[in-house]
Design a protein around this ligand. Structure first.
Ligand code: AMP
Length: 190
């Protein structure tokens, strides 16, 4: 199995790169943001709860997110591996993921982090907001709050995987194809 955490701040290109990775290595792509958005669209209880956090640019509580992630993994018992996109976003989620994967006799093999400067990210997110209509991408104050959440709660997750020698930083500025190649090179070594 190859289980990969695709990491990086909002707008780093995780979703874009996940599409390439998934095809190249036949992995199951789980984006917690996408799962929340589809629950919001379908007006499920989970969606109604998540919306109140997402609309403000806050993280959804860990217990809700971890339960949801586990159920997404359990839907794919035959998977050759997973790309976790947008998860874990807190140390507590990272610890829960380790425990959960250990119970299934597997582990995270790599955290691949897309490194992009913040001013580039803000421009990218505002552009994406015009096309996607995502309300959390259209308002600069919400974007800034997502960075604040990222810096406070998510950035420490990097050290969690660094200490396990699983961290691979990739320059996330460049063409989509070029970045995809750099990621594939790392994944091929795993
Ligand atoms: P994304 O599409 O990954 O940018 O996620 C959009 C929003 O969904 C985030 O700003 C959070 O509000 C919420 N979200 C996604 N993944 C998580 C997670 N692992 N933990 C908490 N909240 C999350």
């Amino acid at each position: 199995m190859k289980n990969i955490v695709l990491f990086g701040p909002p707008g780093a290109g995780k979703g874009t790169q996940a599409v390439f990775l998934k095809e190249a290595f036949q992995l199951i792509h789980i984006s917690t943001g996408d799962v929340f958005r589809s629950n919001i669209q379908n007006k499920t209880d989970l969606g109604i709860l998540a919306k109140s956090y997402i609309d403000e640019g806050n993280l959804v509580p860990d217990s809700v997110t971890v339960d949801m992630l586990q159920s997404e993994v359990n839907k794919n018992p035959q998977a050759k591996g997973f790309i976790f996109d947008g998860f874990p976003r807190t140390i507590s989620q990272a610890t829960a993921l380790d425990t959960f994967l250990n119970e299934q006799s597997t582990t995270i093999h790599a955290m691949i982090a897309l490194e992009v400067p913040e001013d580039v990210l803000v421009t990218r997110l505002l552009e994406r907001g015009k096309i996607s209509g995502r309300s959390d991408d259209m308002d600069e104050s919400k974007i800034r709050n997502r960075f604040a959440e990222y810096n406070e709660k998510t950035a420490p997750v990097k050290s969690f995987y660094e200490s396990q020698k699983k961290y691979y930083g990739i320059d996330g500025v460049g063409t989509i194809e070029n970045i995809a190649e750099k990621i594939a090179t790392v994944v091929n070594t795993l």
